[in-house]
Design a binder for this molecule. Structure first.
Ligand code: ADP
Length: 259
């Protein structure tokens, strides 16, 4: 019996006004898998990622999480009553069991690192304070920030702040980690430390979908790479194949420009 995918998205469409940004994108993520979304700026990568956890609502397509009910966005857009509630349950499942790491970490400036990390678990997940603190410290230690628990975000480098952003996501104990270009706002010399942490998470078996411009990272860490252009997946496959022998001319051109 084949294992149920953790997340299945099919034929997602999304427009902003006249701008048809997603034009039928499919994505399947299996437990423990790392999927990288690459492609030129404006190709729809972030919109795709945000559609996976409800930050953006597609106009059409379906989404199912961990064998649960599938949301059909077109059918439920104006739905009421039972259909609307069923869709909400399915959407909540993804939202509750995934956590996003953003380009800008958005840490609360007037709270300590540990307070930033425990906010979600204590407020949203109702984890007792002592337990949230203990787990938060453990996670901070895991990314090399044990001694920063009581510091304020402004006392940290950009790379350290982004590592706290990652810990904040981990503290929610999600099944799925979503990364939206987590290194693109960092100075080049700080990128490596964040990618290292992400690689360790992948090695630890976390399931991850990563929007990234870091092609070397995608190549080294991803199990599958999707190349988006113009709101469609132009090519998907194992990184080794895609980076060495892309099947599509558009992929070849993109990789050639960027590498
Ligand atoms: P990428 O991540 O590949 O750079 P995005 O998904 O961020 O692409 O954006 C794809 C297109 O959608 C762009 O043209 C962008 O301007 C547009 N877009 C994204 N989010 C919004 C929004 N909230 N409102 C209007 N247009 C948006």
């Amino acid at each position: 019996m084949s294992e149920t995918p953790l997340l299945t998205a099919s034929a997602l469409h999304k427009s902003f006004g006249d701008n048809h940004v997603l034009r039928g994108v499919d994505l399947e993520v299996r437990r423990g898998q790392v999927v990288a979304l690459i492609g030129p700026s404006g190709s729809g990568k972030t919109t795709m990622l945000r559609s996976l956890n409800g930050l953006s609502t597609p106009d059409a397509g379906t989404l199912a999480f961990d064998g649960g009910p599938s949301v059909d966005f077109a059918a439920t857009a104006g739905a009421r009553g039972r259909a609307a509630r069923a869709a909400q349950v399915a959407r909540d499942a993804v939202r509750d069991r995934s956590a996003m790491v953003f380009q800008h970490h958005n840490l609360f400036p007037h709270r300590t690192v540990l307070q930033n990390v425990t906010e979600g678990p204590t407020q949203v997940r109702r984890v007792p304070r002592a337990e949230a603190d203990a787990r938060g410290r453990e996670l901070l230690a895991r990314v090399g920030l044990a001694d920063k628990a009581d510091a304020y975000p402004r006392e940290l480098s950009g790379g350290q702040q982004q590592r706290v952003g990652i810990v904040r996501a981990l503290a929610l104990q999600p099944d799925l980690l979503l990364f939206d270009e987590p290194t693109s706002s960092l100075d080049p010399e700080l990128v490596g430390e964040v990618l290292t942490v992400m690689k360790e998470l992948a090695d630890d078996g976390w399931t991850m979908v990563v929007v990234t411009h870091e092609l070397a990272f995608a190549r080294a860490v991803a199990d599958e790479v999707l190349f988006l252009d113009g709101g469609v997946v132009v090519e998907r496959g194992a990184p080794r194949q895609m980076f060495t022998e892309p099947r599509e001319e558009r992929t070849r051109q993109f990789l050639h420009r960027i590498l």
